[in-house]
Design a protein around this ligand. Structure first.
Ligand code: NAP
Length: 222
């Protein structure tokens, strides 16, 4: 029996597909959401081939259907597509937790911190979704690079921010399920800092000629 269902909106992309395969391998029913249900189904079939444990599953649907079918929704699209994509899932996400992986980057200077007017992409999303959806921001600093390698053990942390205690506890389970240590970063307003770190890390990657620098919090019990 699966652990629960997760819709990964934008799960056809680099970051969402990596998270999706990790959650499916850990026993979740994962629904890949896409603007095209056919593209989602093809991505789900490809990712299924990577699984090395039984119990979980991957399937594909349109963004709206995926959000409506799952217990919990994850948004993993470029910031430029956030508003339009969120409009597709607003109905299906009511009463649910919505995890935002989105980083607001302003091309071409993607290594320079840029914040939307709301403070962060996650706060902007919360305003658009309304009070019956609990937005929790997480995974912003996790590079897509190694995610699909199920043998890869992360040496970086996931900072997660949000305003609901129970929702944050549920997201911490997803963070652990994906193989990471989660560190509570406080209220959703703090997501602006976590999102900003990603631009900084992109610059660190460029200057060090690496692809996946990350953040690790020291001085806490593990
Ligand atoms: N890549 C990373 O290493 C990384 C790390 C941390 C955080 N993030 C953040 O995670 C989010 C997803 O990143 P990603 O690298 O996975 O992005 P991506 O591969 O470029 O896009 C993800 C998916 O979003 C949809 N999409 C793309 N452009 C769109 C558009 N113009 N309009 C509507 N939908 C569009 C596509 O899905 P369909 O065509 O199937 O609809 C695409 O497969 C971003 O906000 C990014 O900043 C990424």
């Amino acid at each position: 029996m699966s652990k629960g269902s997760i819709a990964v909106i934008g799960g056809t992309g680099a970051e969402g597909s990596g998270l999706a395969v990790r959650w499916a391998n850990d026993g979740y029913r994962v629904i890949i959401g896409s603007r095209s249900a056919e593209k989602a189904a093809a991505a789900a079939a490809e990712l299924t081939a990577l699984l090395n444990r039984e119990g979980g599953s991957l399937e594909g649907m349109s963004n709206a259907d995926a959000a409506a079918a799952a217990n919990l929704v994850v948004l993993s699209v470029p910031y430029s597509a956030q508003h339009d994509t969120a409009a597709q899932i607003v109905d299906g996400s009511q009463g649910k937790i919505l995890v935002s992986v989105v980083v607001p980057l302003k091309p071409p200077k993607v290594s320079v911190v840029w914040r939307p007017e709301a403070g962060s992409a996650a706060e902007e999303l919360q305003a658009q979704m309304g009070p019956n959806v609990t937005v929790i921001a997480a995974f912003q600093n996790i590079s897509a690079g190694h995610l699909k390698d199920l043998a890869w053990e992360a040496d970086c942390d996931v900072l997660y921010t949000g305003d609901g205690k129970e929702a944050k506890a549920a997201v911490l389970e997803l963070i652990k399920s994906a193989g990471f240590v989660g560190v509570d970063g406080g209220v959703l307003a703090n997501s602006s800092v976590v999102e900003g770190f990603t631009a900084l890390l992109i610059g660190v990657n460029i200057r060090n000629k690496v692809q996946g620098s990350g953040i690790r919090i020291t001085g806490i019990p593990r």
